[in-house]
Design a protein around this ligand. Structure first.
Ligand code: E4P
Length: 216
């Protein structure tokens, strides 16, 4: 399973990259706003800065919701760097735009996916990635991991090559369960990735080894 980091924060991206396990980055308008990135020129520069840090796919989201504007925006985003994947919302014009991008050699990530039906439509349109938001599904007392399992089953029996990108990860267990459920990629905040490191028996065991090493 690949690891993407879900942030527009350059120091978080660098920290995950320095671990040596980072395969890509996802952003969204909320994450860009959180970093105070404003105005077209700054937005495009920020995506270029992320691409310079990480040698892997970087999802950049369109801000418009009609077909023509999404295509125009996506062309500009895709021209920033070869690793840019245009992130498109799961709406009717979004599906049309994903098909257009697919036909023109531009890779897409279909975002805001909350059902297997939506995932099938995105795959049919040729999305490179489909992003089920498992944390937000759990928040509404549905089962986000069950959706990953369902999409994984459907894509495998139908032979879709769209990759399942488990998004809206809230904790390390979401990462482990997404891996079990067949997600190809997890996009996670830095603290969820770092949370995978933690186990009290590791800390206790290391303290003992270091203590005993003094007797060697
Ligand atoms: C996915 O690409 C989104 O950016 C993200 O995972 C949404 O997560 P949230 O539900 O924590 O906002």
């Amino acid at each position: 399973m690949k690891f993407f980091i879900d942030t527009a924060n350059l120091s978080h991206i660098k920290e995950a990259h320095d671990l040596g396990i980072l395969d890509g980055v996802t952003t969204n308008p909320s994450l860009m706003a959180k970093e105070g990135i404003k105005g077209e020129e700054n937005i495009l520069k920020h995506y270029a800065d992320i691409c310079a840090l990480v040698d892997g796919d970087v999802s950049a989201e369109v801000l418009s919701t009609d077909f023509e504007s999404m295509v125009a925006e996506g062309k500009i985003l895709a021209a920033i760097h070869k690793n840019i994947v245009v992130k498109v919302p799961m709406i009717k014009d979004g599906i049309k735009a994903i098909k257009w991008f697919t036909d023109h050699g531009i890779r897409t990530n279909c975002t805001l996916v909350f059902s297997a039906g939506q995932a099938i439509l995105a795959a049919k349109a040729g999305a490179a990635y489909v992003s089920p938001f498992i944390g937000r599904i759990d928040d509404s007392s549905w089962d986000g991991i069950a959706l990953i399992e369902q999409i994984s089953h459907i894509f495998s029996i139908q032979g879709f090559d769209t990759e399942i990108l488990a998004a809206s990860i809230r904790n390390p267990l979401h990462i482990v369960r997404s891996a079990e459920a067949g997600a190809h990629i997890c996009t996670c905040p830095l603290d969820s990735i770092m949370g995978l490191l933690k186990h009290p028996l590791t800390d206790i065991g290391l303290a003992k080894f270091l203590e005993d090493a003094k007797k060697m």
